[in-house]
Design a protein around this ligand. Structure first.
Ligand code: A3P
Length: 328
């Protein structure tokens, strides 16, 4: 039996097991031996109880805002670097390690409160379900789905309003019909418009790791039109107490065209809506773009109907029926 200094030993180990060079952070709270040697500053409550996984442009900011209104629900603290979203399980932040992540969830004395994290890019992140499950096997997952065609268009409009040169120079139809020999920036935008909307594929990946009982699917159109009902169902799913009365705290604002938070003051009630970047006003999608997307998503949407039925959803969302109609 021979040994070597730690660095040399590590080199040897990883040359023998190259698949282990990419870390997967486990949960110290799942193993009594790990828990015993853990820093006494850390507690198992410093991790989120549920994740809002996205995808982008489906109403995730509205859901985040509504959840944060609940006295016993808190999101991670904000950092100037990450803004609202930590985006830990995808991308480079994962390599910053567990302590980095846990620092976003300061230990709290309120044992009935629940932490959550919303990062809308988790939904379609290749590595995310595996990593999230390794650290948060008991976490509940919340996803919002809208018409993938509508989602793609909303993303394109989002990029235009951020002065993205590709989105400014090409029409939406040009973007979604870009081919593999098109310039790379155009293909990249096409992919960000189209890929997250292959819902069944992404959901199946999450379900490889998490049992379906831990997954809650919100119809994004219902979130927009009847958020009070949606928030009541969500509160039951995450088992939060007390039940927050969204009926008195959310109100439709005709000027914004969306539900907004009611703010009471001595002068009376006013509504606080999401900023200009949410619920943008833009021209309707060209019919030929919608037709193209109906065909593009046909197999994905058909698989989604099957999956939703398997998951026990009683009604197929109206947008899904619409997207599947007249596709010939
Ligand atoms: P548009 O701006 O394209 O209309 P996300 O927060 O995930 O980026 O999603 C943004 C979308 O949330 C908006 O897309 C808007 O349609 C939708 N949304 C749903 N409920 C909303 C609300 N109460 N206020 C503003 N936007 C809302």
């Amino acid at each position: 039996l021979t040994s070597a200094p730690p660095h040399a030993l590590a080199e040897k180990y990883f040359s023998m097991y190259p698949e282990e060079t990419d870390p997967v952070w486990g949960n110290p709270c799942q193993d009594p031996r790990h828990k015993k040697i853990w820093s006494h500053n850390k507690t198992c409550d410093q991790l989120p109880k549920f994740l809002v996984i996205g995808p982008q442009k489906t109403g995730t900011t509205a859901l985040y805002t509504f959840l944060s209104m609940h006295p016993n629900i808190s999101s991670n603290i904000h950092s100037p670097e990450t803004f609202e979203e930590i985006q830990f399980f995808n991308g480079r932040n994962y390599y910053r390690g567990l302590s980095w992540y846990m620092d976003f969830f300061p230990a709290s004395k309120n044992t009935t409160s629940q932490y959550f994290e919303k990062s809308a890019t988790y939904f379609d992140g290749e590595m995310v379900p595996k990593r999230a499950h390794a650290l948060l096997p008991q976490a509940k997952l919340v996803t919002i789905l809208i018409s993938p065609a509508k989602r793609a268009y909303s993303w394109y409009q989002h990029m235009r309003s951020h002065q993205d040169p590709v989105a400014l120079n090409y029409t939406f139809y040009d973007v979604i019909t870009a081919i593999d020999s098109s310039p790379k920036p155009l293909r990249d935008l096409r992919n960000r418009c189209l890929n997250p909307g292959r819902y069944s594929q992404h959901l199946e990946r999450w379900l490889l790791y998490y049992p379906q009982q831990q997954l809650h699917i919100i119809d994004g159109e219902q979130l927009r039109l009847s958020p009070i009902e949606i928030m009541d169902q969500l509160q039951k799913f995450i088992k939060i107490v007390p039940l927050y009365d969204y009926n008195t705290h959310l109100r439709y604002d005709p000027k914004k065209g969306f539900f907004c938070q009611v703010k009471s003051s001595a002068q009376g009630d006013a509504t606080a809506c999401l900023g200009k970047s949410k619920g943008r006003i833009y021209p309707p999608m060209e019919p030929r773009a919608y037709k193209f997307l109906q065909r593009y998503y046909l197999s994905h949407n058909t698989a989604l109907v099957k999956l939703l039925k398997k998951l026990g959803l009683r009604t197929v969302p109206q947008w899904l029926k619409d997207d599947l109609s007249d596709t010939l």
